[in-house]
Design a protein around this ligand. Sequence first.
Ligand code: ADP
Length: 884
Amino acid sequence: MMEQYHALKAQAGECLLFYRMGDFFELFFDDAKVAAGVLDIALTSRGESGGESVPMCGVPVHAADGYLARLIRAGHRVAIAEQVETPDEAKARAKAEGKPSSKVLVAREIIRFVTAGTLTEDALLEPRRANRLAAVCEVRGSVGIAACDISTGRLELEECGPDGLATALSRLGAREIVAPEDWEPAPADATLRPPSDFASERGRQRLQELHQVATLDAFGDFGRAMLAAAGGLLAYLEHAGRGTMPFLLPPTINATDATMAIDEASRTSLEITATQSGERAGSLLGTVDRCVTSAGARLLAEDLSAPLARKTEIEARLALVRFFHEDPILRGDVRLALRAIPDVARALARLVADRGSPRDLGQVRDGLAQARDLHGSLSRLPDRPALLDTLLPDLTGHGALVDELSRALVPSPPTERQSGGYIASGYDHALDALRETSGNARRAIAAMEARYRQETGISALKIKHNGVLGYFIEVPARHGDALMKPDSGFTHRQTMANAVRFNSVHLHEEASRIAEAGGHALAAEEAHFEALVEAVVTAREAIARTADALARIDVAAALAERAAEGDWCAPVIEDAPCLEIVGGRHPVVEAALTKAGERFVPNDCVLNLPDGGLHRAQALPEQGRTGATSRLWLIGGPNMGGKSTFLRANALIVLLAQAGSYVPATSARIGLVDRLFSRVGASDNLARGRSTFMVEMVETATILAQATTRSFVILDEVGRGTSTYDGLALAWAVAEAIHEKNRSRCLFATHYHELARLAESCDALSLHHVRAREWRGDLVLLHEVAEGPADRSYGLAVAKLAGVPGAVIDRASTILAKLEKGREETGGLASGLGDLPLFSAAAQAQQEECDTLRDRLSGLDIDALSPREALDLLYDLKREAGES
Ligand code: ADP
């Protein structure tokens, strides 16, 4: 057996091998150790190998899905080795080969590799999230990406430069990545495959074979890198499924300039689909999602992950949201109808992949029928937006299939086929007759029980059924002897502790009738199942379009619902690179505050409006420029004042708008953004390991290299991760570079008020601050963004607010006064960056303290002190030393 095991394990490679033995999948050696650890199951051992016992653990076959899910989630891949013949077949084979039957082993084969990217089982998938597998490779300097979600059949191809790979992969959010093993820049966690899988010509052929076309022209114009990646993807799917291909729709091309580029670091920092700790709740998606179907929730996650970059497409989505926003009754009705619709896309994918069940057929039937009803009500509405009109035809057109499925299936078909019962009566007369026969036989057996009781006089006699014996007659042990008599008409089968079991000729006859009719009925149902699956598979592309259309309608209605709930507005999309957000709010922070009964303070953000926009009135005459006409806002003010929140609120509003959503603001004009960047200074992210300042600088370098005049950049306390001088110098230079070179729209939050001097040299930069007020010695944070520089940093007041002891605050005030004096004396920043006073002033303050102490000690006449005075002096010195 171990020989067979090792041969299979060699094929499984790095995958854990699930080796089928009876009712269990067993794992051996290191696989067993790994699995026992992850699954928290007992590690046992079996036999010996090389003088040592072999570690082993196992999971029951009927519960394998749950265990698989946990292994996959923990980052493992699993090869399933099944028995591919019965023990009888193995014996027959041995006989044919002239071997003793005791020596022969049931043949086993790996029937499937289960990996994160190749799942279709409902139990293993997250309903509200796409499950993508991506293949990447490079052809002559171009990187090709092929991404599919086999749980819905979507296949997307795209091409980008080597720099664009990371951003594209983070947009796609692939669960598993495959790459050629000889490609050096392959992502670190990629599954490596033979380079020959990634040949572009072979890729083209594979796609043509898959979709049974002679040319791919009808699907689009695919570059060589895309075809190579597609080849790698299809080869991997074939490998993982051991030759069975999953469901894939014809490929579509993702044009890189069709979506807003958001790199991985910005995604994480903006918490778009997950919070920094990886949860959906508390992310933008979690706060926005009001979808009533899983498919809708998946599509919304996609929309937010890849906001659009073209005005017409954004406006088409917005018009659909507006349609539902303006008519709450219609919205309610549509959402009610959608709520009942099953996940057609995933049911379809399982059916096509040959892993479907009668329940999946039922879901396709119900989904299509409900889509048709929805079509009926929506198509009667006047003034429909264009997007709805393009979706409507996809909701209908399955009449014959729905009718067939409705006639064929019972109302709620089971997930298992083994025991039949899913084909409705009246669909097939032969099947009905078979059921009639077994029904009659069952009734005959019931009648038989009553008759036997009467004939034997044993009222406790029962006719029962179990999996081992089939039907049998059972009497309590004390009546056993009576039926044992040879002329009783009963034959003994089994003696239990309390009961004795018998058979009879009549019972046997009826039982055989049931078994035979049952077997035929099962076979008939099975044949119908196959035919129905075939019908669904034939219509798969149209069904997938229906599922997509339903999801799009769900997303639009859900966004309208969210907008109504939060009093959001429809953004106006502009081509010019401007931004005018009035009364903007951070959706996640606002939701949290509302829950706590607090109010979110809305703020305006107006960038790059040559005419000054609505804010003309706020022009500061002495500066000759306003926030509105500038491109870069430098925002100062106290910690906890709301700077980060303001930055992110605006970035999220831009993102929502381009995803086609209403936005949390009173009004919003959004000039199209090609790339969105968000960076947070290092010290907020200490948990991340790698030298955080290094990370901060790598990320900042990316922005400087990639941001364009159409980009929107938010920088939060950049430069904080290093010493004051370095940090200030870097922040200064970065702000300058964005202003001069990238010329992007930018919000830059900083606690260095020295940066305010930048306004003197940068004409498109303006100064802003979050307002705070000291009231009766306490700090009041107003969370209001106002024009003009921050007057001071309020650090001490914030410390007090945070509960730092009064004595420490007092001491800090003294030190601060001295520092500020030092700054004035050395001329401060005004005399140039080299004169930054902070550190020298700090050193000077320390020096002054030492001097005072020395003076005091040297002026002391020790002999003149009374013991009491000496002791007091010691206490004083000790206290002062403790304070400093
Ligand atoms: P900073 O970046 O200036 O240190 P944050 O943006 O992190 O400040 O804000 C600190 C806290 O203040 C937030 O967690 C939030 O609770 C509150 N806050 C921020 N902005 C607002 C606002 N506009 N309205 C109400 N509360 C706010």
